[in-house]
Design a protein around this ligand. Structure first.
Ligand SMILES: [Ca+2]
Ligand SMILES: [Ca+2]
Length: 401
């Protein structure tokens, strides 16, 4: 969809203003600016996109990192909060004034719920930040059906080329007699800031079907940021100890615990390449046959239903090398499968970090992590880390189900 174009110069900033109607159904919408010919830099200072109805503009602003729009259900914005498999209504009171809002004039109710996981939801794609801890406080209640039931809040995250994740925020035993506070936290773990979810939805569900969920407010605020050093192997293996699934991750015990069926040998800092950690690193020669790559069997260290992050440092011996991280996975009663879990083009002059991730489901027999490249080029490996963010954040276990 072409929006508008303008002739701009290098002398001054030019304002480009236009409007568009968003399609009613969409998976992903990408906004982009382009135009100048090759070799000419395009400078962009600020971009604002908001609904043309001025009432809604303030609700869309990211005030103090607030990611929920209409958090108190006081505005009539049907498209912001939506039913998840059921209908939602805006209410002033229920049962002749027996149920009144906890605050303000209105609350919402999710009605005609056919399943216990039906409820109320809001899309937070684009507003939610990764690697940021969010605090959640919601006032909830139930109506009709049972007099007490568990109400849960969850974030559903979809990322490119990655299985969807359900991150549990928290739950509360809700009552039909009073409003109760649902408190929780959530954190969308990502290997890097650039790696953003293509879709994120926050939702509330839980009680038996036909019991209405009432919700008066849903507040989400950023809590504490995880320092970026958190993702660096040196830091993590030092101060914040993570549960590294890799044994002898820095090659300090030579090649112990590593499977070296191809051409693998040990290098050390006495040569002209200084190791990335400790004294040693591995030197691997690429091979078309990935069976000949550097491997480690990590089956015993992993558990099903968990998300894992891989971090490792690589460096090329001569020219730059495309290094690939593969996982060879054998499930019970099925053939071994292998898939790429990370990839990086590494230079000769410095150690380059490779970041990857994978998700394990089902009952597996063996999991082997492999590093290699398909051409007969030589590269160095050091400081290998495979960990589950669940275990790094004991104060907020990420549940995946
Ligand atoms: Ca309210
Ligand atoms: Ca080392």
């Amino acid at each position: 969809m072409h929006l508008k174009s303008a002739v701009v110069s290098q002398d001054e900033w030019e304002k480009l203003e236009c409007s568009f109607t968003s399609p009613s159904m969409f998976e992903i919408v990408i906004f982009y600016l382009w135009g100048p010919s090759d070799g000419v830099d395009l400078l962009v200072d600020s971009v604002e996109i908001y609904p043309s109805n001025p009432l809604e503009k303030s609700q869309c602003a990211d005030i103090d990192g607030q990611i929920i729009m209409n958090p108190h259900f006081e505005n009539a914005c049907d498209s912001i909060w939506a039913g998840r498999g059921c209908k939602i209504c805006k209410q002033e009171c229920l049962n002749d004034g027996e149920v009144l809002p906890w605050s303000g004039k209105f609350f919402a109710s999710a009605i005609q719920r056919g399943k216990n996981y039906y409820g109320i939801q809001q899309g937070i794609t684009g507003r939610v930040r990764v690697n940021t801890m969010y605090n959640v406080t919601a006032m909830v209640r139930i109506f009709g059906g049972v007099c007490s039931a568990d109400v849960r809040a969850t974030v559903w995250v979809i990322e490119p080329s990655f299985p969807e994740r359900y991150i549990s925020i928290g739950n509360v035993q809700a009552s039909d007699k009073e409003w109760r506070e649902l408190k929780g936290k959530f954190f969308i773990r990502s290997p890097s800031k650039e790696f953003r979810p293509s879709r994120a939805i926050i939702y509330v569900e839980g009680p038996p079907q036909d019991t209405d969920i009432l919700i008066d407010s849903f507040i989400v605020n950023p809590a504490e940021k995880i320092p970026s050093s958190f993702l660096s192997p040196e830091e993590e293996c030092g101060e914040h100890t993570v549960d590294n699934a890799i044994t002898n991750h820095d090659f300090s015990e030579g090649l112990a615990s590593w499977i070296c069926s191809g051409s693998v040998h040990l290098g050390n800092s006495n040569s002209n390449v200084k190791s990335n950690s400790g004294e040693n690193y591995a030197i691997v020669l690429g091979n078309k046959d990935s069976g000949q790559w550097l491997k480690q069997n990590i089956t015993a260290k992993l558990s099903s239903g968990s998300f894992y992050i891989i971090l490792a440092y690589f460096r090329a011996s001569e020219k730059e090398v495309e290094v690939i991280a593969k996982l060879k996975l054998k499930h019970v009663d099925s053939e071994e499968t292998s898939f790429n879990v990370g990839r990086s083009i590494v230079p000769i002059e410095k150690w380059e970090k490779l970041e990857g991730h994978f998700f394990l489901t089902g009952e597996f027999e063996s999991v082997v992590l492999c590093f290699g490249c398909y051409s007969r080029k030589e590269f160095f490996v050091d400081s290998v880390l495979v960990f589950s963010p669940n275990r790094v954040l004991p104060f907020h276990p990420i549940e995946t189900y």
